[in-house]
Design a protein around this ligand. Sequence first.
Ligand SMILES: [Cu+2]
Length: 167
Amino acid sequence: MERAYMAAGLALALAGPALAQTAPAPAAEPPVVNSPANAAVYMIAPRPGARVRSPVLVQFGLRNMGVTQAGSSARDAGHHHLIVDSTLPLVPGQPIPADKNHLHFGGGQTEVRVDLPPGRHTLQLVLGDALHRPFAPSVQSAKVEIVVLSPQPRPRPRRAAQTRRRW
Ligand SMILES: [Cu+2]
């Protein structure tokens, strides 16, 4: 028991000086990175209204900024994000989510083949900074709506060939 009190006293003595100091401020979020004037991200493919089959080739275009890798704070550069069947705006200053609707291309990729089920889908590009956050103002494409067609049916084996084999 006495030992426990002593331990508590020691802990208080150690904590004392720390408590006397002002609590450290929570780590400030790095400031949002500004995008240069005339920066634009756009979808080279698919075109709006395109009727395509999966996997869909999506090609990313970028003007007046450079493509870099995630984590790189190279000036006036960022990495692409593809927003699938979801709606911007994202939360300013917050990283773009990473899930099946928010795909990151932190390796600096400029195209992807994405598997999509048949039906209507929307695609949108947004450029992110080193920390996966949209720039200010956000550099993002128009939302493109496409139709993914059902997979082509497999060619059926020719009946004649089968018949011949059977005979
Ligand atoms: Cu990212």
